[in-house]
Design a protein around this ligand. Structure first.
Ligand code: CDP
Length: 203
């Protein structure tokens, strides 16, 4: 029987790490839905029309190695504003959520739009400064020219676009449990998330 864990929240709040750990703990499949928007954006950067790129997206596009850059992140949040792009990606996400073995999906609108019936909903957040510092440390390891100020500005620009858009804005579902990781080690946040799933599913 399917069992869906929806994990939403802003950039670099810790959703990815928490989602992977929850999926591994319970034997669920995991889908990072940000990758779908990043892969669509990568095709747009290469010259495709955004809606066509979303409609023609293939699972292998999500395995591209160039999706984690700051440029692709900004482009992703721009294509994510387009209602037809979002509509084209709904069915793929819902099919994934219905997997027999259970599924964890992380993103911005999973608990509100994609899986409003999810058994567990978490909203993982942290202050913009803490999130920018985490993202800075990830990015600077690959590109020494990245600056803290630029990463903070990018995080804030993306937050504004993601919360301000008309279609599926980033917002905590009314029944989501909030996990603020500003002052938590990632291990504590993972423990808190697993505990929330166990409350519903048992251990
Ligand atoms: O990894 P990070 O948190 O920085 O971003 P991401 O989850 O890879 O998402 C990249 C962008 O895709 C976000 O800024 C959103 O604009 C968009 N996105 C979305 O609109 N809805 C989702 N379910 C997931 C991502």
């Amino acid at each position: 029987m399917s069992f869906t864990v929806a994990i939403d929240g802003p950039a670099a709040a810790g959703k990815g790490t928490i989602s992977k750990a929850v999926a591994a703990h319970f034997g669920f499949a995991h889908l990072d839905t940000g990758l779908i928007y990043r892969a669509t954006a990568a095709r747009v950067i290469a010259g495709e029309d955004p809606v066509a790129a979303a409609q023609e997206l293939r699972p292998e596009d999500l395995a591209r190695e160039d999706l984690r850059t700051a440029d692709v992140a900004q482009a992703a949040s721009k294509v994510a504003v387009i209602p037809e792009v979002r509509a084209a990606l709904v069915a793929f996400q819902r099919r994934f959520a219905a997997r027999e073995e259970g599924a964890v999906l992380d993103g911005r609108d999973i608990g509100t739009v994609i899986c409003p019936e999810a058994e567990v909903k978490l909203f993982v957040t942290a202050s913009a400064e803490v999130r920018a510092e985490r993202r800075y440390l990830e990015l600077v390891a690959k590109d020494a020219s990245v600056t803290r100020d630029q990463v903070l500005a990018d995080v804030k620009a993306r937050d504004a676009r993601d919360t301000g858009r008309d279609t599926a804005p980033m917002v905590a579902a009314k029944d989501a449990v909030l996990i603020d990781t500003s002052e938590m080690q990632i291990a504590e946040a993972v423990t808190a998330a697993i505990a929330e799933v166990e409350k519903v599913r048992g251990s």
